[in-house]
Write a protein that binds this ligand. Sequence first.
Ligand code: HEM
Length: 255
Amino acid sequence: MEKVIEAYTGVTTQGKKSRTPAKMDVWLTATGVVLALFMMGHMLFVSTILLGKDVMHAVTKAFELDFIFEGGIPAVVSFFVLAITIVFIIHAILGLRKFPTSYKTYIKIKEHAKMMKHNDTSMWMFQWVSGLIMMFAAMIHLFIMFTQPQNIGPFGSAYRVVEDHMWLLYVVLLICVEIHGSVGLYRAAMKWGWFDGENPKATRAKMLKVKKLLSVVFLTLGVVTLLAYIKIGLENDIAPGQKYQPTNSSKIINN
Ligand code: HEM
């Protein structure tokens, strides 16, 4: 009962302000920062295809720890996917608290944002709309990565993008994730005053520029990368499950 009173009134039975909402906000930011950093690394890893099929193949195999286990173990990637999925779910559950819970509240927030013409408030609205889309779209991608880690590679990925029509899901995810990530980092920095310094107003203007730059750079990289996978998928008659054979290799390599 004490917990119910605390949740509804925001005050503990000892008459102190409840710390739970603040603690949840700290975890929301912490998991968000982990995911944003992961997504930057993820984009760099996926975009190695731009350096050639052999490079992406080598990176894939390194994730499978082929430098320790001969040929690599794809299940290692599944463990990694599971860890990211858990962080993703925690972040989504904590973020759900910020969603409007009814049509009435949604309209109230929308009108409020329109009236205020305040950029940061509109950005906040984009955060939960894109978050909602990602809750569905990212889970499809994560499930496939978890169950088919052996099909990651220049041919496996290109086949999925073209023949399995995953490009459609990736276009939606790409837009949501890159903007959600950069807006999220910007809003977190503003909220917790990480870089406030002497002149918080000037810092805000600088941070906005960094945010825009991050969005543009990663969105462009994402689009070019996606086009590279589409090109490989269209130019090669890839059979389902076909593994890429690196050039200058006499070994039969998986992927
Ligand atoms: C550990 C977890 C993850 C792994 C191992 C992974 C792996 C991959 C791989 C290998 C690709 C290349 C295409 C393919 O093989 O289908 C890809 C593409 C993509 N992934 Fe992930 N991914 C992970 C998590 C996520 C998450 C959480 C998101 C977003 C919420 C995401 C968003 C995307 C997007 C947007 C693309 C397309 C990128 C492009 O423009 O080319 N991924 N991912």
